[in-house]
Design a protein around this ligand. Structure first.
Ligand SMILES: [Fe+2]
Length: 389
């Protein structure tokens, strides 16, 4: 969870009246909403609304998000070329699920139009990786600016609207986590502070920087997703009517280029790239870095059979030293139990290199991932044989 933060107007103690005259219906207060995680067991925040946040005028079924899983007859590597993907839908409706299990789903989205209505994921934390685009995430916590290569972490149940600046085609990788996205506990000292030596510090995490108080007594719809089910709620007033909040549950950004890589004289294993985790998977950042300095170092990863883990790489930017044939926005899935490693020629080609400019996002899952029909439609069928080239 991110560090404690407060913004706007809050009263001196929890659960006491926060005076607001005359206030909704003349009641003289702002209305407290406690936002918790894991029931009441973990991080929480407290927000203060102009009106009670519970005033629902209408609840309507809004269909489902189809998940067309393809049963794979064989265990093999996959390479999905998502670069040519056409723009479609909006930042919510345009999401294309590609790889899923019960803990995590990876989706791609290249929206063609602005977000049509407010959205809330009731069953997942979302990480919106901004491959391209710049703009703001608007929530009851205020305005959160984002830029290319930001991870925008959105906790469960945060109603939001993503607004992109005009002029650039936005491009997103979305990671839906059934559990809470947290910083790896080994990066934290017993006092909860990010340790010296971790690949980032509190200064690299950015929360909303200004409140967004929409005082509007007007029907406002919110599309709520819980699993595959969609529900449309019509609220009697705009939910972004929060004058202040504090706590440790709020959306925040971390930019992949702020990741401080850890390097060695010889190759270091993938956990050094770890950025976030949630039950069932880890998320890592392969950031531009110095390569290994031992005179005989092999500067690309060794072959390995990821035992008890499925390994997904999303290639973002730069030259990928150990892979041939992948391009920007390629996704590789190296499932458990079969070896993969550097492509032929890449060991020799990397000998004289002193650094790598690659930027990639890795998701390693505990449970096997399944592919959707859309993923199979984008795949390079020859990839399993690409080590023979
Ligand atoms: Fe690997």
């Amino acid at each position: 969870m991110p560090a404690y933060r407060k913004l706007g107007s809050i009263p001196p103690k929890r659960h006491v009246a926060h005076s607001h005259k005359p206030g909704y219906r003349g009641e003289g207060i702002y209305y407290e909403e406690v936002v918790t995680t894991a029931g009441f067991g973990r991080a929480y925040g407290i927000a203060y609304h102009l009106r009670p946040p519970t005033r629902v005028r209408k609840v309507e079924a809004a269909g489902t998000v189809a998940l067309d899983i393809v049963s794979e007859p064989s265990l093999r590597h996959h390479h999905l070329r998502t670069g040519p993907m056409k723009a479609a839908g909006d930042p919510v409706t345009g999401r294309m699920p590609l790889l899923v299990n019960d803990d995590v789903a990876l989706l791609r989205c290249r929206p063609a139009k602005p977000q049509a209505e407010l959205y809330r994921n009731a069953a997942a934390d979302e990480v919106l990786f901004i491959h391209a685009g710049k703009g703001t995430l608007q929530t009851m916590f205020g305005v959160l600016p984002f830029r290319p290569f930001d991870y925008v972490v959105v906790p469960h149940c945060t109603t939001y609207r993503i607004e992109f600046d005009p002029g650039l085609q936005p491009d997103l990788l979305i990671v839906e986590a059934s559990n809470n996205i947290v910083l790896p506990p080994r990066y934290l000292n017993p006092d909860g502070q990010v340790k010296l030596g971790a690949p980032y510090s509190e200064r690299d995490f950015h929360g909303p920087n200004e409140t967004l108080v929409v005082d509007r007594e007007q029907d406002t719809t919110v599309l709520i997703k819980d699993g595959q089910r969609l529900t449309r709620y019509t609220l009697a007033s705009h939910p972004f009517d929060v004058v202040g909040w504090d706590g440790m549950v709020y959306p925040y950004t971390f930019n992949a280029d702020d990741f401080e890589p850890i390097t060695g004289t010889v190759h270091q294993p993938p956990p050094i790239h770890q950025t976030f985790e949630a039950t069932g998977f880890v998320l890592c950042t392969f950031a531009p870095r110095m390569l290994d300095t031992h005179p005989d170092a092999i500067k690309v990863p060794y072959a390995h059979s990821n035992v008890q883990a499925d390994e997904v790489l999303y290639y973002v930017r730069g030259h990928f030293g150990s892979r041939r044939g992948v391009e920007e926005a390629s996704i590789t899935l190296h499932p458990r139990g079969i070896p993969h490693g550097p492509h032929p020629g890449t060991i020799v080609a990397s000998r004289s290199a002193t650094r790598t400019d690659e930027l990639a996002v890795m998701v390693d899952t505990v449970r096997p991932l399944e592919l959707t029909r859309q993923a199979i439609e984008m795949e390079d069928p020859d990839y399993p044989y690409s080590w023979m080239e």
